[in-house]
Design a protein. Structure first.
Length: 379
C-alpha cells in the first residue's frame, strides 16, 4: 500500500513539475517577436547545427531554440561576427559602474533610482569614441518591468560645438532615430520619474566604429530524428534556463543549416508585468495595476505609484493617501487610517458617554457584591 501511495505521489509531483515547465516555456515565447523552423539534412548522431540569422534593429541578440517533439528548451549560443564596441560611457552621476552601459554584456546593467516623489529626474550619459561614430540610431536596452523614460534628448559635438540631433521628446519605443551624424562625443539626456534600469546603449555605426550590422548565426546540438524551431527578435531581457551547455564554440564538424524563413510569432505579447493591459514601456506605474493611467499632478508617474502626502508610502498602499501617517495606524481595522477615518465603526468613537456608563455599571456591580456579603455576615 505504501508503495502505491508513493507512486501516486511521485506521479503527481512529476505532473506538476511538467506543467510548471510547460507554462514557463509558454511565457518565454511571449517575449519574442519572430519564429522560424530550423531545417537541415538527416543526421545519424547528435550534431552541432549552425544557421544564419538576422535580428531586427533594436531587438536583443538572444534566441530560444525548442525541440518540437518534447517542447524542451535546447542550449544554444549566438555567434556574433564582425561585431565590436569602440566607445565608452560615463554619466553625470560619475558612477564607476556607468561603463556597464556600453560593455557589450546584456547580463550587466546600470540603475537610476527615483525619489518616490513628484519631481522629474535627469541623468546625462556621455558616449566617447576615439575613432568617431557615424550613426543615425540608438537603442536603449531596458531591463524587464522597466518603462521608457519620460523624455530623451540627444546631442553631439560637431565642429567643436554641441549640436542637438534629437530634440527633447517622449520616446515611442526603445529605438531612437535621428539625422545621420558623425562625431566622437554624444550626450544622451534621460528624463524619468520611474526607476530606470539600462542593460546596454547601442549605436548603429555605419563605419563599424561602434556596433555595426553583423552577420550573426546560431548554434545548438541537434538529435537524430528531431525537429526544431527558433524564437528570436526579443524585445526585453529574459533569463532562459536549459540543460547543460555543450561546447558549441569549437568550429569543427559543424553542420550548416538552410537560411531560416522568419515569421510572426503568434504568442508574442508586449511586456505587461502588472497585467493592467498597458505595456510596460508606456505604463506610468509599471508594478501596480492602473489601467486608467490616472496622473492628477501630471508628473509622468501614475497616481497609484505616487506618494501625495510624502510619508514614504505610495498611494495604492497608503491607508490615508492625503494625510501623512507613516505608522499606518488603523485601530478599527477598516482599511482607513486613523488620522483620516471618519466612520463610526469603533465602539468608543463619538460615544463620549460610554466610558462613564461603564464606570457607573462597575460601581453598581461592586456595591451589590458588598451589600450581599454584608447581609450574609449578619445572618
Amino acid at each position: 500500500m505504501k508503495k502505491i501511495i508513493f507512486a501516486i505521489f511521485l506521479l503527481f509531483t512529476t505532473a506538476v513539475a511538467w506543467a510548471e515547465e510547460e507554462k514557463s516555456v509558454e511565457n518565454l515565447k511571449k517575449a519574442f517577436q519572430s519564429v522560424a523552423d530550423v531545417e537541415f539534412g538527416k543526421i545519424n548522431f547528435p550534431s552541432v547545427i549552425e544557421f544564419p540569422i538576422e535580428f531586427k534593429n533594436g531587438s536583443l541578440r538572444q534566441v530560444l531554440v525548442i525541440e518540437k517533439e518534447s517542447g524542451a528548451i535546447q542550449p544554444a549560443i549566438v555567434i556574433e561576427k564582425n561585431k565590436k564596441i569602440n566607445y565608452t560611457a560615463r554619466d553625470s552621476f560619475d558612477g564607476r559602474d556607468s561603463r556597464l552601459l556600453a560593455d557589450g554584456n546584456m547580463e550587466t546593467f546600470k540603475e537610476y533610482f527615483s525619489d518616490n516623489g513628484v519631481d522629474q529626474k535627469r541623468v546625462d550619459i556621455f558616449i566617447t569614441s576615439e575613432i568617431g561614430i557615424d550613426t543615425d540610431s540608438l537603442t536603449l536596452y531596458l531591463d524587464k518591468f522597466v518603462a521608457l523614460p519620460e523624455a530623451v534628448e540627444i546631442s553631439a559635438m560637431v565642429g567643436g560645438q554641441e549640436k542637438i540631433i534629437l530634440g527633447k521628446s517622449k520616446p515611442l519605443s526603445s529605438v531612437l532615430n535621428f539625422p545621420r551624424t558623425k562625431a566622437s562625443e554624444f550626450k544622451i539626456s534621460l528624463y524619468y520619474v520611474q526607476p530606470l534600469r539600462i542593460r546596454e546603449l547601442q549605436f548603429i555605426d555605419h563605419n563599424s566604429g561602434g556596433v555595426a550590422e553583423s552577420r550573426d548565426s546560431v548554434r545548438f546540438l541537434a538529435q537524430p530524428g528531431k525537429k526544431y524551431e527558433v524564437f528570436f527578435d526579443l524585445d526585453r531581457y529574459v533569463r532562459i534556463e536549459s540543460g547543460e551547455m555543450p561546447n558549441l564554440r569549437q568550429d569543427e564538424e559543424i553542420i550548416l543549416a538552410s537560411k531560416i524563413s522568419p515569421g510572426k510569432n503568434t504568442f508574442y505579447e508586449k511586456a505587461d508585468s502588472d497585467g493592467d493591459g498597458v505595456a510596460d514601456e508606456g505604463d506610468n506605474c509599471v508594478g501596480i495595476k492602473n489601467s486608467d493611467q490616472a496622473d492628477l499632478n501630471h508628473n509622468g508617474r501614475g497616481d497609484a505609484c505616487d506618494d501625495f502626502d510624502r510619508d514614504g508610502i505610495i498611494n495604492s498602499a497608503d491607508n490615508c493617501p492625503d494625510i501623512p501617517n507613516r505608522n499606518q495606524a488603523d485601530e478599527d481595522a477598516d482599511g482607513a487610517g486613523d488620522v483620516c477615518d471618519q466612520s463610526d465603526d469603533r465602539v468608543l468613537q463619538d460615544q463620549k458617554w460610554f466610558p462613564l456608563a461603564v464606570i457607573f455599571l462597575v460601581f453598581v456591580v461592586v456595591g451589590l457584591i458588598f451589600l450581599k456579603t454584608f447581609r450574609s455576615e449578619r445572618r
